[in-house]
Ligand binder design. Structure first.
Ligand code: GLP
Length: 239
């Protein structure tokens, strides 16, 4: 796996945005795998900036990793709303070409099957990932086994606690999510994992080195031929 270290998260973000720009200029129908969370917020801001300078997204398809179960799409912390606010509403991507799992579906199992069909029809050229401080990717949480395809997952206490910062006080963090599975993530042609800050250092080190283990889902990235970790100094501190 390749590691790119930057002295700041803003430099790391511009680097990642430039990789996306180059893919969009190269491919007639690029498919981008997208992530949510605090880490990619400035990446999307940079892409919006590129768009204002002329970069078009009219030929792009996006596929998001995950969504909370039970949050309406309009909820400020739903990943639908996150993507709308931070990226989709500010670029020229056609509305029907952005895919996010529907955590409000009555039949969640059927929704997982539907999402796998979307993934099969749109092989991902470049998957952007963040990483949980426990080593999760998407919402694939550490466990004794991992699911390969899109599935409903019970979130760990650690992840709910980490994500509570985005929710209002007294507001309940959903305890379930729909997420792409590990195998679907590994099917992307190229993967860029972004990690910033000291509290990601353990997960970054463990993902990059040591055994591939379901206890650290990001360690499965070691099995992929084209993965780049884009890090600031703090996230790279333990390497
Ligand atoms: C969330 C998301 C992940 C994200 C991770 C880290 O739970 N499901 O896709 O990478 O946690 O989030 P952050 O970037 O806010 O640290």
């Amino acid at each position: 796996m390749k590691v790119r270290r930057f002295s700041s998260d803003s430099l790391a973000t511009v680097y990642t945005a430039a990789l996306i720009e180059s893919l969009l200029q190269r491919e007639p129908h690029p498919v981008l795998g997208l992530a949510t969370g605090a880490t990619p917020v400035n990446l999307y801001r940079q892409l919006v900036d590129f768009h204002r300078q002329g970069l078009s997204f009219s030929h792009v398809t996006t596929i998001n990793l995950d969504e909370y179960v039970g949050l309406p799409w309009t909820h400020p912390q739903s990943y639908h709303r996150f993507m709308q606010d931070h990226l989709f509403s500010q670029i020229d991507i056609p509305p029907g070409r952005t895919f996010i799992p529907d955590g409000t579906a009555d039949d969640l199992e059927a929704e997982c099957v539907r999402y796998d069909a979307i993934l099969a029809a749109h092989p991902i050229d470049l998957q952007i990932l963040g990483i949980g401080r426990n080593g999760h990717i998407g919402f694939n949480e550490p466990d004794i086994s991992l699911k390969t395809r899109t599935h409903v997952i019970q979130l760990t206490e650690d992840t709910m606690q980490a994500n509570a910062r985005f929710f209002g006080s007294g507001e309940q963090v959903p305890d379930q999510a729909i997420t792409m599975g590990i195998q679907s993530i590994l099917q992307a042609k190229a993967i860029v994992l972004m990690a910033f800050g000291r509290d990601k250092a353990w997960a970054v080190k463990r993902a990059l080195s040591g055994e591939v283990s379901t206890e650290v889902p990001a360690s499965f990235l070691q099995m992929h031929p084209n993965v780049t970790f884009v890090l600031d100094e703090e996230a790279a501190a333990d390497l």
